[in-house]
Design a protein around this ligand. Structure first.
Ligand code: COA
Length: 334
């Protein structure tokens, strides 16, 4: 029998510090009403001084390990998806590995808000091919230290929050256990790379990655063409979701739970309407956590498991869209 890729544990960690829309009103020319209406966001979490990305990742990973009944030294590989790495190099995964102990191979994967789904696909391939038995996949972001909290940066700054989510993907060879990551489909279109990006620090900036000019032109802050990104998100997400379900011969009606990336509540409502998915089959948490990029989907998954919304045998669909552009979907038999 072929090996299946089973998610055996999930975990999440959000920093304690709550930053409300009202708090942001103190920093920039914005309003609680604008943020709620345009995005659905009410509050988000930010790290405290001294908290590192790897601390968030470790907390989420330890919860996932506990849920799977594993010790860290039983892992074969760690994949960490992030766009807000702890250092220029090495990747955040190395700082996480040091915290978990051992010398298991680890690497960061950069596919922005689709990073978790891309990583899940890599983990699935490792497990199904027989190379590894147990892979830890983490989505971890600390956005708060990289946002432009002035009025100039308000269109982006109000949207993002910090957090981490994690899953354990294990080889499943039990013939009576159908739990599996059934299909994942990934897409990318680099011609839109600068529609949502942070230019610097980057080795394309000459003669130095850091210059006063870059600072002065705010090139170290994220820039986004919001409406353009919105239009692509609401087109690509339903496409890839359908493509993935079709590949697995699964119908929309057969899916118990749909989890979408948390970029904007309006995007998710639009996608759900297009696909005629009833509201009770959808969970969102952007209201309380904002957009946590690669961490949003694993946080949602972990919340769903914690709340008893996931039962073994259920079909779960995960879909995301983000910078790159990148987009992906996975369908899982839980
Ligand atoms: N507070 C108050 N006003 C703001 C604001 C803020 N935080 N940010 C922007 N505005 C203003 C703009 O300056 C603009 O003013 P103007 O009409 O006087 O020029 C107005 O609000 C409308 O801005 P616009 O950018 O057109 O708003 P929008 O309806 O497109 O909503 C987003 C903005 C960002 C919420 C929306 O475009 C979006 O969600 N985009 C996609 C995000 C996404 O999917 N990201 C990918 C995954 S990470």
């Amino acid at each position: 029998m072929s090996t299946r890729a089973k998610i055996t544990g999930t975990g999440m960690y959000l920093p304690d510090r709550v930053v409300t829309n009202k708090d942001l009103e103190e920093l920039m020319d914005t309003t609680d009403e604008w943020i709620r209406q345009r995005s659905g966001i009410v509050e988000r979490r930010y790290i405290e001084e001294g908290q590192l990305p790897a601390d968030l990742a470790e907390a989420a990973a330890r919860r996932a390990l506990e849920a799977a009944g594993l010790e860290a030294d039983q892992l074969d590989c760690i994949i960490l998806a992030t766009l807000s790495a702890q250092a220029e190099f090495p990747g955040t995964s190395f700082f996480l590995q040091e915290k978990l102990g051992g010398t298991v191979p680890c690497f960061d994967l950069r596919a922005q808000c689709s990073g978790f789904l891309f990583s899940l696909n890599v983990a699935r391939s490792f497990v199904v091919s027989g190379q590894y038995q147990r892979v830890l996949v983490v989505g971890c972001e600390v956005h708060s230290t990289g946002l432009d909290h002035s009025t100039e940066g308000r269109d982006v700054a109000v949207l993002f929050g910090d957090g981490a989510g994690a899953v354990i993907v294990e080889a499943n060879t039990d013939e009576t256990d159908r739990s599996d990551i059934l299909e994942v489909r990934m897409h990318a279109d680099g011609k839109y790379a600068t529609k949502l990006w942070v230019e610097s620090p980057g080795s394309g900036t000459f003669p130095k990655r850091w210059t006063q000019e870059i600072f002065d032109s705010r090139g170290h802050y994220p820039k986004m063409e919001g409406k353009f990104v919105f239009k692509h998100a609401v087109t690509r997400m339903p496409q890839v979701l359908r493509q993935t379900l079709d590949a697995a011969s699964v119908k929309i009606d057969d899916v118990s739970l749909f989890l979408f990336h948390q970029a904007n509540l309006r995007i998710n409502e639009y996608v759900a309407n297009q696909l005629e998915i009833p509201p009770e089959k959808i969970r969102n948490n952007i209201q309380t956590y904002g957009n946590c990029s690669a961490a949003s989907i694993p946080i949602l998954l972990s919340e769903a498991e914690r709340d008893g919304a996931l039962n073994r045998g259920d079909l779960v669909s995960l879909t995301g869209f983000g910078s790159g552009f990148s987009w992906a979907s996975a369908v899982i038999r839980w």
